[in-house]
Design a binder for this molecule. Sequence first.
Ligand SMILES: Cc1cc2nc3c(=O)[nH]c(=O)nc-3n(C[C@H](O)[C@H](O)[C@H](O)COP(=O)(O)OP(=O)(O)OC[C@H]3O[C@@H](n4cnc5c(N)ncnc54)[C@H](O)[C@@H]3O)c2cc1C
Length: 212
Amino acid sequence: MVVDNKGIISYIRVLKEDLMIFRIKPSEGNVPDFKAGQFVTIGLHVPSEGKIVRRAYSIASPPEQKNVFELVVRWVKKPVPGRLTTELFNRRELDEVLWVKPTGAFTIDDKKHDGTPDNRRMVLIGGGTGLAPFISYALHLKATNSKREIVILHGASEGNDLARQTRSDECSALPKILSARMKAELFRGVERGIQGGSILVSVDGGSDRGFV
Ligand SMILES: Cc1cc2nc3c(=O)[nH]c(=O)nc-3n(C[C@H](O)[C@H](O)[C@H](O)COP(=O)(O)OP(=O)(O)OC[C@H]3O[C@@H](n4cnc5c(N)ncnc54)[C@H](O)[C@@H]3O)c2cc1C
């Protein structure tokens, strides 16, 4: 049985008309334990459906962040407006949403099967908001002082989307992930194998700004 929990939208950042960052703060207690790469199910009452519609969203914040879940959500507009995202994009800060505890198998293990630490470099490939779980991985590795390297190959349908998702330095969950064009913004970590186009290279950094 689905167990809905209540939460408040504590922060919204508009990256562009159809791309937003949402932070959801549980109304009671902290964010429950989860693993980087898992998703949370968000539920909203959709009047036209006369019921609660629930959809999965990858958690971009790391498990160590206990105040809020951070999500990067695209408003689905075609061929008809998406039910949950259209409702969500009409919500404001402090509005209530429902959430179901995180789950999902798209996680990374800190240890190999034999129990030894897994320090192998990870190469992660994703597009659009598919960047979100990788952000959670990166911030988790940073929070645990891991020296493990990750390389992210990220594509987006529009160059602007890419820039917005990666340059949003007011967003604490978006680590400094670099595109070839943003080389000058390297702030720490090790730059590796930058290639052209929309390929990004991650560093082991992340913003230290707090979550609200
Ligand atoms: C594990 C997981 C993680 C995810 N993480 C993210 C994430 O981090 N960020 C993110 O933005 N999304 C993510 N998603 C996708 C998300 O769950 C939703 O599927 C998405 O937001 C669309 O939901 P919606 O209710 O707005 O659209 P829906 O109403 O479900 O519509 C889906 C599609 O069907 C079309 N459609 C609906 N009804 C009709 C109709 N009658 N005729 C023709 N076409 C129709 C819509 O136009 C749309 O293209 C994730 C999905 C999964 C499974």
